[in-house]
Structure formats: structure tokens, C-alpha cells
Design a protein around this ligand. Structure first.
Ligand code: HEM
Ligand SMILES: *[C@@H]1O[C@H](CO)[C@@H](O)[C@H](O)[C@H]1NC(C)=O
Ligand SMILES: *[C@@H]1O[C@H](CO)[C@@H](O)[C@H](O)[C@H]1NC(C)=O
Ligand SMILES: *[C@@H]1O[C@H](CO)[C@@H](O)[C@H](O)[C@H]1NC(C)=O
Ligand SMILES: *[C@@H]1O[C@H](CO)[C@@H](O)[C@H](O)[C@H]1NC(C)=O
Ligand SMILES: *[C@@H]1O[C@H](CO)[C@@H](O)[C@H](O)[C@H]1NC(C)=O
Ligand SMILES: *[C@@H]1O[C@H](CO)[C@@H](O)[C@H](O)[C@H]1NC(C)=O
Ligand SMILES: *[C@@H]1O[C@H](CO)[C@@H](O)[C@H](O)[C@H]1NC(C)=O
Ligand SMILES: CC(=O)N[C@H]1CO[C@H](CO)[C@@H](O)[C@@H]1O
Length: 357
């Protein structure tokens, strides 16, 4: 069977699996989150039954070596979903936040290594199952495992996303990713356009319980003048790490437990040790303050709300069914892949491929 024939078989398999969401409700892990039509809790159950164990086993190895990569992968999924939906566009060379576009105005500082990890996972999954799993699903699963393997909750996520055919433009990126110097009003209204309520906003911001930030993301909070909502000792310590406005240093985002996915981020906020304005203002603003406190005193509650909001985020404007594609390389659209195109030309006509099914 040629490559094209194989891909049509895969397509057919996927199309038939689209009926799955209506049959598999009983396997749903979290019934409180509505599932977008076309996604399913058991999407790859027959086409790639080992998918989740391949990803988790490999990520365990990656994180044993460097737990910091968990933060990079979690953020990658957030950026993917917020900019034109969870379609893997963030992975494309040439996307505004992807590694190909070094001159993009906001250097969004996604970790180069996160892109490599995703491509490596994709290759492992293809070896086991063929080209049936989308890059956007791999990103979503990697983010889920990043949370869990750092100490956070484990949870199921609906699968069946397809990879997008369009690049994320600089404009779309700027308009959809809130800046760290935004206040709670701005964050709440930006996220409301994606149907997130204040509880979602506070829960999702809890992603900052792991990972690092560059000085440039928060430096305006103490140069030229000190933000009065920032604890003085905390500010003085940050000034040592970021001695000038141009410092390229980084620092951890949750000083209490920087590598552990827990509720300490909210304890930081209550102690005025949030790193970004967008973090600290969640405690200043009366609309979100109570939610911050409730998460700071009850980690189970935070985990519960975080899972709901992540499943919601993971379904933003997803492509399903015959839309988009399953990329052969997460960094490149199939149409831009010369060797892939050459193989298509060699194996035409397409009708023949269909007829031997
Ligand atoms: C609510 C609005 C948000 C803003 C304004 C924001 C902003 C930022 C900024 C500026 C950084 C540091 C970039 C750098 O300087 O290197 C960062 C890092 C990070 N963000 Fe967010 N973010 C937001 C929401 C989220 C969400 C929803 C998640 C995931 C659920 C998330 C997860 C992360 C993680 C894990 C890192 C650390 C990445 C690493 O260590 O490589 N963020 N964020
Ligand atoms: C990008 O946004 C700016 C203003 O926000 C606008 O002037 C410009 O025309 C936009 N560019 C494209 C290609 O949409
Ligand atoms: C929040 O930021 C926006 C935009 O910068 C500003 O117009 C607004 O006054 C700010 N709101 C508060 C309560 O600080
Ligand atoms: C980076 O931070 C260290 C302290 O952590 C400081 O000694 C050094 O001057 C900083 N370097 C730059 C370029 O800001
Ligand atoms: C920071 O960089 C800007 C230009 O990039 C430069 O004009 C300025 O002098 C620098 N400031 C410091 C304190 O190094
Ligand atoms: C913490 O939250 C969980 C989940 O909502 C709830 O079941 C539990 O009763 C809460 N614990 C306390 C001490 O309030
Ligand atoms: C995927 O595409 C990138 C960018 O074109 C290329 O550097 C890389 O070698 C490709 N990976 C594979 C496995 O072909
Ligand atoms: C091109 O597609 C083929 C599959 O047809 C894949 O093996 C290869 O890694 C892809 N290369 C690039 C650069 O995308
Ligand atoms: C100037 C700058 O900060 N460049 C960074 C932009 O992001 C890429 C990807 O993480 C880094 O490799 C660059 O150093």
C-alpha cells in the first residue's frame, strides 16, 4: 500500500471514529465539561491504543532529566489554543510565535526545546500507529502530562483535533495573548471573549505555579517606580536578579515551589509575591480576590476547577472531521513538505487509491 493509500485509509478510519463521541459518553472522565462535536474521550482507542502511554512514558524520561520542560509544554498548549484555536499552528515554522519567525515583535519566548519534544513524540507515535494522530492532540496530551507529572491532577481530555492549514499571524497573536502587564479588568474581558468566566481566569492563571519568566515580562513593576502592590522584600530580590531594564535573566514564577504543580501560586498572590501584574491584580480586584483565596486554602478545589478550565481551553475553535490535516511533521504543513508532495504526485491518480479500499 502506498503512502497516499495509507493516508486515505487513515482518513476513513478517522471519519468512522467520528461517531464515537455519541457512543462513548460512559467513558467520559469529566461529565461536567461539555464536549465539542467531533471530539471524543476515546478517539484513538482502536487506531492508536498506546498513544497516551507512549507520550507519558517518554515525558517521564524527559522530565526526570529536566522538569523545567513541563512548564514549556504547558505554555505551548495555552498559546496554541488562544491563537486561532488548538490547531497546532503554534508549531509551524513561520507562525508568529513558532521558532521560524525570530523577528516577530513579541518574542514570546516559548522554549525551543518544547517544539523538539513535540516532534519527537510525534515520530514515536507514528512508529507505533502510522500517521493518525494530530500534532495538536499531541500538544494537548503533553500539556496534561506536564501538569500531572509535576504533581498536579491527572485527567482525561477529549481528542480528535486536526492540524490547521493557516499560520498564526503576528496580529492574531498580539490580539489573543494577554500581556503580563495587563490588569484584571483587561484579562477578564479578553478571556470573556473566549467564554471564560472569572473562575476559569483565576484557575488557568494557576498554570504559573510552574515555570520561569524573563525579567522583561515584569521589569516595569519596579523601574522606574515601584508597584505598591508588590511586597518590598520580594521586589528587592527581583532587582538583584534583574539589575537593569535590559537584563536577559530569568526567574521562577512561584517562589514557594517553582517546579511543583500545586496551589502555592495563590499563596504567593496573597503575600503580594505574584510576578506579573496580571497575576497580582487577581488578588487586588474584588471580582477575583475571593476565588484566589479559595484556591489558596483548598488545593483540591483548585485542581477541580483547573481541570474543567483546561478541558474548556483545549477545545477552543478546534478543527475536526475532514477539516485541517494530520501533519507528517509538526513544523510544516503537508502542502509545504516537498518530499510529501513528491510522494503524492508519484502515487496519483487518487481515484485508484480510493478504489482499492
Ligand atoms: C492569563 C493570562 C496570561 C498571561 C498574561 C501570561 C503571561 C506569561 C508570561 C509573560 C510568561 C513568561 C514569558 C517569559 O518572560 O519567558 C508566562 C509563562 C508561562 N505561562 Fe503564562 N500567561 C497567561 C496565562 C497562562 C495560562 C492559561 C497558562 C497555562 C494554563 C500559562 C502557563 C505558563 C507557563 C507554564 C509559563 C512558564 C513557561 C516556561 O517556563 O517556559 N500561562 N506567561
Ligand atoms: C495588524 O494590526 C494593526 C493594528 O492593530 C493594523 O494597523 C494592521 O493593518 C494589521 N495588519 C494586518 C495584516 O491585519
Ligand atoms: C486596566 O487597564 C486598562 C487598560 O490599560 C485601563 O484603561 C483601566 O483603567 C485599568 N483598570 C483599572 C481598574 O486599573
Ligand atoms: C543575572 O542575575 C544575577 C543574579 O542572579 C546577577 O548577578 C547578574 O548581574 C544578572 N545578569 C544580568 C545580565 O542582568
Ligand atoms: C537598554 O537598551 C536600550 C536600547 O535597547 C538602550 O537605549 C538603553 O541605554 C539600555 N539601558 C541600560 C540601562 O542598559
Ligand atoms: C475543598 O474543595 C473540595 C472540592 O470542591 C471540597 O469537596 C472540600 O469540601 C473542600 N474542603 C474544604 C475544607 O472546604
Ligand atoms: C520537520 O521539518 C523541519 C523544518 O522544515 C525539519 O528541520 C525537520 O528535519 C523535519 N523533521 C523530519 C523528521 O523530517
Ligand atoms: C515530509 O513528509 C514525509 C512523509 O511523507 C515525512 O516523513 C517527512 O518527515 C516530512 N518532512 C518534512 C521536512 O516535513
Ligand atoms: C532576543 C530573544 O529573546 N530571542 C529569543 C526568542 O525566543 C527564542 C525561542 O525560545 C529564543 O531562542 C531566542 O533567544
Amino acid at each position: 500500500m502506498g503512502k497516499v493509500t495509507k493516508s486515505f485509509v487513515a482518513l476513513l478510519l478517522i471519519s468512522s471514529l467520528l461517531l464515537a463521541p455519541y457512543l462513548s459518553i460512559s467513558e467520559a472522565t469529566d461529565n461536567s465539561v461539555p464536549i465539542v462535536s467531533g471530539l471524543s474521550w476515546t478517539f484513538y482507542k482502536t487506531s492508536c491504543p498506546k498513544l497516551e502511554s507512549i507520550i507519558r512514558t517518554q515525558l517521564k524520561k524527559v522530565f526526570d532529566n529536566d522538569i523545567g520542560q513541563a512548564a514549556g509544554l504547558l505554555r505551548l498548549h495555552f498559546h496554541d489554543c488562544f491563537v486561532q484555536g488548538c490547531d497546532g499552528s503554534v508549531l509551524l515554522d513561520g507562525s508568529a510565535s513558532g521558532p521560524g519567525e525570530q523577528q516577530a515583535p513579541p518574542n514570546l519566548s516559548l522554549r525551543a526545546k518544547a517544539f523538539e519534544i513535540i516532534n519527537d513524540l510525534r515520530n514515536r507515535v507514528e512508529k507505533a500507529c502510522g500517521r493518525v494522530v494530530s500534532c495538536s492532540d499531541i500538544v494537548a496530551l503533553a500539556a496534561r502530562d506536564s501538569v500531572h507529572l509535576s504533581g498536579g491532577p491527572d485527567y482525561g481530555i477529549p481528542l480528535g483535533r486536526r492540524d490547521g492549514l493557516t499560520f498564526a499571524t503576528v496580529n492574531a497573536t498580539l490580539q489573543n495573548l494577554p500581556p503580563p502587564f495587563a490588569n484584571a479588568t483587561t484579562i477578564l474581558s479578553m478571556l470573556a471573549t473566549k467564554n471564560f468566566d472569572p473562575t476559569d481566569v483565576v484557575a488557568l492563571s494557576g498554570g504559573h505555579t510552574i515555570g520561569i519568566s524573563h525579567c522583561t515580562s515584569f521589569i516595569t513593576r519596579f523601574y522606574p517606580t515601584q508597584d505598591p502592590t508588590m511586597d518590598k522584600t520580594f521586589a528587592n530580590n527581583l532587582k538583584v536578579i534583574c539589575p537593569t531594564v535590559n537584563s536577559t535573566n530569568t526567574t521562577v514564577m512561584d517562589i514557594r515551589s517553582p517546579n511543583k504543580f500545586d496551589n502555592k501560586y495563590y499563596v504567593d498572590l496573597m503575600n503580594r509575591q505574584g510576578l506579573f501584574t496580571s497575576d497580582q491584580d487577581l488578588y487586588t480586584d474584588s471580582r477575583t480576590r475571593g476565588i484566589v483565596t479559595s484556591f489558596a486554602i483548598n488545593e483540591t478545589l483548585f485542581f477541580e476547577k483547573f481541570v474543567v478550565s483546561m478541558i474548556k481551553m483545549g477545545q477552543l475553535s478546534v478543527l475536526t472531521g475532514n477539516n485541517g490535516e494530520i501533519r507528517a511533521n509538526c513544523s510544516v504543513r503537508n502542502a509545504d513538505n516537498k518530499s510529501y508532495l513528491a510522494s503524492v504526485v508519484e502515487e496519483l491518480p487518487v481515484e485508484e487509491a480510493w478504489s482499492d479500499l
